[in-house]
Design a protein around this ligand. Structure first.
Ligand code: DX5
Ligand code: ZN
Length: 226
């Protein structure tokens, strides 16, 4: 693998009363900002939605990596693409026709991502990879930040990485949940090349410095000399 790691801090762990400032704090250090949209139906938690994404989009140039933990993504996901999200990821468990939604998202100008939650096997989705730009493997159960990283999820990362390599596909393989200085290397070694980190970035005294450290740890394990 030759690509550089993508580091995507999750604003779920930031101070919601100062969202724009919190995003500015990682500008120049992070590649994407990860936006966790939760609807209190798909997951038992409620975070933020389209109006906040639209407002925040105007406050920064950093690409948005929107992670929709919602039911009925067919109805809501295109709005995030139209709001200027770089990548829109919806959950396999919430979607009957992932290929159709991926096509809709691409037509709306966004990258299309498929997320696989903790209890969902990845095998049934491997054949869909050519229609996707990102695959997000949850390394926790979706719904809350600050949970403990589950190394047993990395078998799914290995399976997806193998299929990406065999098919020579242009896909970012993202991990989300419990990614920190002591876990990012194993995720990178398993084949991930995009890393969401909430607590590890926004819980740090210097979020930008935390991003740089995570990048160095990931790059080292991905065989890069960064
Ligand atoms: C949880 C979210 C994650 C969360 C990760 O369902 O999808 O993006 O913010 O938080 P940490 O990095 O603290 O595990
Ligand atoms: Zn997320």
């Amino acid at each position: 693998m030759t690509s550089s790691p993508i580091i995507a801090p999750s604003i779920l762990a930031s101070d919601f009363s100062r969202l724009a400032e919190e995003v500015h704090a990682i500008e120049g250090a992070a590649d994407w900002v990860h936006v966790d949209v939760m609807d209190n139906h798909f997951v038992p938690n409620l975070t933020l939605g389209l109006p906040i994404v639209q407002s925040l989009r105007k406050a920064t140039t950093i690409p948005f990596d929107v992670h929709l933990m919602i039911t009925d993504p067919e109805r809501w996901a295109p709005g995030y693409a139209e709001a200027g999200a770089y990548n829109v990821t919806f959950h396999a468990e919430a979607c009957d026709n992932p290929v159709a939604l991926a096509k809709t998202l691409r037509a709306a100008g966004a990258k299309a991502g498929l997320a696989i939650d903790r209890d969902t096997p990845v095998e049934p989705y491997l054949e869909l990879l050519p229609y996707l730009d990102t695959v997000l493997i949850m390394t926790i159960k979706a719904g809350f930040g600050g949970q403990k990283f589950m190394p047993e999820m990395l078998d799914k990362v290995r399976d997806v990485r193998r299929r990406i390599s065999v098919g020579h596909l242009d896909i970012r393989l993202e991990v989300d949940g419990g990614i920190a200085a002591d876990t990012i290397a194993q995720a990178a070694e398993a084949g991930a090349d995009a890393f969401v980190a909430g607590t590890a970035v926004y819980g740090a005294a210097d979020p930008a410095e935390a991003v740089r450290k995570l990048r160095a740890l990931a790059a080292e394990r991905m065989g890069n000399s960064m």
